[in-house]
Design a protein around this ligand. Structure first.
Ligand SMILES: NC(=O)c1ccc[n+]([C@@H]2O[C@H](COP(=O)([O-])OP(=O)(O)OC[C@H]3O[C@@H](n4cnc5c(N)ncnc54)[C@H](O)[C@@H]3O)[C@@H](O)[C@H]2O)c1
Ligand SMILES: [Zn+2]
Length: 687
């Protein structure tokens, strides 16, 4: 039997190894990957699975058993006195629990039962503790200091030898050139430390915009940008790139002894190195899983990219007992986040008309699963963006989805071009109403017809959307029908809809008609900020609406506010003020607002701070409440001026204790945060 399978398996393994070698080259040498990291990781996992099922086919040259980097010839190379390794990867909770089992077994510690695992949540009296850290998505470097002075900086290279990039690294402001002498203590004579050099996301975006303007191909992500910037022959170029560093470990250090990884990080801090403040020391394996969840939520709000969590056995004696394979230490593992980037193909480019008439080109993609969500459309923003990125119909592209943001095309994979790709041109007339398309400002083309059905529909959809009037049931399809049947032509008409007319629509029985009428009725009590946001005034997003609502206490006052009065509010610039004035100067708009108010819409004004007893207080909830749901509690807290967040930090004021609390309880206790019960919450609010 096996002789039948072998050739196929051998070939498969061979193919995977070759492909991974090639992608390593694209990624590490050219800083220009052809596939997403997720695709690379999947190929690697497949290779590892095949190799472990067929140990006779293992090879020390396989990409699965070597650090992937390749030192570039254009730089001098240097040997690392302690190899710089990669990390094993985990992709789900059970990979991490498996890792813990392996570690315990290798250390000769007894296995843990499920019950003790649960008990140990938040318990720090465990013999095997971990440090959990954000996995910075940047480039690994080694820094060597002699007698406190930076003498050498190198890349990881193939793990054994790296490229010397000292002059480049010296241009990075957060890399200390001289070490701190703490309390007159002697500086160790030789310090070899490791860290990650990265570029913040906003700086990366700026850099890519600049590159596009100069007709250079954009970097796929901040990691590639950091790698490309570091490996410049001319350090003056590196100096212009906004690079930063966080240190995460020690290679070797003379004259100092540490017991734990965390201690060593503290010592590094003392020497003047930057350490990521999100690193959490001394936690159990269960708590690392909570930390992972926390990080996944925080991830998209951090100023830099992280691609997972790294956990490390904290005890350094344990670390040395565990040792390493040729590729990675046995005392650490990376728990990767779900992917944000994948590659796919653009099948066509359509144009959508928004509520301000802006034409947005949208790429129709071959559907692709990005981090668990199927993506089949991506915004291309505007024509300039398409030109700059040179995106054509038929191109293979890297697409990205981050948080709730609309997916976008990051870049074209140039090497996949066949020559059959089609260049896209923006239409000269509106694809919906046929009106002339004008370039009103910057790169945005607009349909010039206020009464364009596409614009009307988009305005109505916005008006009814969750953060505006929040009219349940008034979705895209229904708006489409209502407008095309002529039942509404402005958002003010929503309040005049009647049941008779509604029932005549497709798929609209008496019940759904009644539901919609009720939903419209229920939406009539609305806070001023939501009301303003719903109007769809240009440049008035939620934030600006909030500022205006605070400053002007009625629709009338805002309606008649002068430019000066408007710009007097903090956060309101001339452009916004102009746009608000322009909106209320139009007779049509004033009439529409009046009609909305006449149809029974009532603007609620938020309580001022004096009625908000929890103003500025931060709450965290753990476990389940009895009298209300989590979101009800949140609403209650927010109505009283407080805020609810997900994780306990030093800034937390109260932890609300529900039934079967999680690890947040232990953390709150550790930080000395006030712990209250559900009933106390009521009392606090009623003060
Ligand atoms: N798209 C492609 O074609 C392609 C090709 C090659 C590699 N890759 C990507 O690169 C990965 C492999 O790269 P790798 O070998 O550097 O592994 P890795 O990036 O998954 O993990 C090891 C690295 O993590 C970094 N790191 C960040 N924070 C850290 C922390 N707190 N503690 C310790 N280390 C930390 C270090 O630089 C270390 O070298 C792949 O999983 C894939 O995602 C992609
Ligand atoms: Zn139009």
């Amino acid at each position: 039997m096996s002789s039948n399978i072998e050739p196929a398996v051998t070939e498969k393994i061979e193919n995977l190894r070759n492909a991974l070698h090639r992608h390593n080259y694209q990624y590490y040498v050219l800083d220009d990957p052809e596939i997403s990291d997720a695709e690379y990781d999947r190929m690697m996992q497949e290779l590892i699975a095949l190799e472990s099922a067929h140990p006779e086919l293992a090879s020390p040259d396989s990409p699965s058993s070597r650090v992937g980097g390749i030192p570039l010839d254009k730089f001098e190379s240097v040997a690392h006195s302690v190899p710089m390794l990669s990390l094993d990867n985990g992709f789900n909770d059970s990979d991490i629990l498996e890792f813990d089992k392996r570690v315990r077994k290798n250390l000769g510690l007894p296995p843990r039962s499920q019950a003790t695992l649960r008990e140990q949540k938040g318990n720090v009296a465990d013999e095997l503790l971990y440090t959990a850290e954000p996995k910075m998505d940047g480039v690994a470097v080694e820094l060597v200091y002699e007698n406190g002075r930076l003498v050498m900086a190198s890349t990881r290279g193939d793990g054994v030898r790296g490229e010397v990039i000292t002059s480049n690294v010296k241009t990075i402001p957060s890399v200390p050139l001289l070490l701190n002498q703490e309390n007159g203590r002697k500086i160790p004579s030789r310090v070899e430390v490791r860290g990650e050099i990265f570029m913040k996301a906003d700086r990366f975006r700026k850099l890519n915009e600049e590159r596009l303007r100069m007709n250079l191909s954009p970097f796929a992500n901040p990691r590639n940008a950091a790698a490309g910037s570091l490996r410049q022959l001319d350090p003056r170029i590196t100096a212009k790139r906004p690079l930063e560093i966080f240190l995460y470990g020690i290679g070797r250090i003379t004259d100092l002894e540490f017991e734990s990884h965390w201690d060593s990080l503290q010592a590094l801090k003392g020497l003047g190195f930057r350490i990521n403040p999100l690193i959490r020391p001394g936690i159990t394996i269960q708590d690392t899983l909570d930390y992972y969840k926390e990080l996944s939520e925080k991830r998209h709000n951090l100023p830099y990219d992280i691609d997972g969590m790294v956990i490390k056995v904290d005890n350094l004696l344990f670390q040395s007992q565990l040792g390493a394979t040729s590729k990675s230490p046995r005392w650490a593992i990376a728990y990767k986040f779900k992917a944000v980037q994948e590659t796919t193909r653009i099948m066509s480019i359509d144009v959508q008309v928004g509520r301000t008439g802006a034409l947005t080109p949208v790429a129709r993609l071959e559907p692709v699963n990005v981090g668990g969500v199927m993506v089949s459309n991506a915004t291309l923003h505007n024509e300039d963006e398409i030109r700059r990125k040179d995106i054509r119909v038929g191109d293979t592209v890297l697409v990205q989805r981050a948080g709730d943001v609309i997916p976008e095309v990051v870049k074209v994979i140039g090497s996949k071009r066949t020559g059959a790709e089609q260049i896209f041109n923006m239409p000269q007339t509106c694809p919906v109403c046929g009106a002339e398309v004008v370039d009103r400002d910057e790169a945005v083309s607009r349909c010039n017809n206020m009464n364009c059905p596409a614009q009307i529909k988009a305005r109505i959809r916005h008006f009814a959307s969750k953060r505006a009037f929040d009219i349940e049931g008034l979705g895209d399809k229904l708006v489409e029908q209502l407008v095309s049947r002529g039942l509404i032509s402005s958002y003010a008409d929503i309040f005049n809809l009647d049941k008779e007319n509604l029932q005549r629509l497709e798929r609209m029985g008496p019940k759904s008609a009644a539901n919609l009428i009720n939903a419209v009725e229920a939406s009539k009590k609305i806070t001023f900020d939501r009301f303003l946001y719903a109007l769809g005034i240009r440049h008035v997003g939620e934030n600006v609406a909030g500022i205006l609502a605070d400053k002007f206490e009625s629709a009338d006052k805002l309606c008649s506010a002068s430019l000066n009065e408007l710009t007097a509010a903090e956060g309101i610039g001339p452009e916004i003020a102009q746009s608000v004035r322009h909106f209320f100067e139009q007779d049509e708009n004033r009439k529409t607002v009046a009609r909305i108010l006449d149809s029974g819409v009532e603007i609620l004004f938020e309580a001022k701070p004096e009625n908000r007893p929890l103003e500025g207080k931060l709450f965290v909830l753990t476990g389940s409440l009895e009298g209300m749901t989590r979101s009800e509690a949140q609403k209650m807290i927010e109505a009283a001026g407080g805020k609810m967040t997900n994780s306990v930090s030093r800034n937390t004021d109260y932890l609300v204790l529900g039934k079967s609390p999680g690890s947040k309880l232990a953390r709150a206790k550790k930080l000395g945060i006030e712990i209250i019960r559900e009933s106390d919450l009521d009392k606090l609010i009623k003060i």
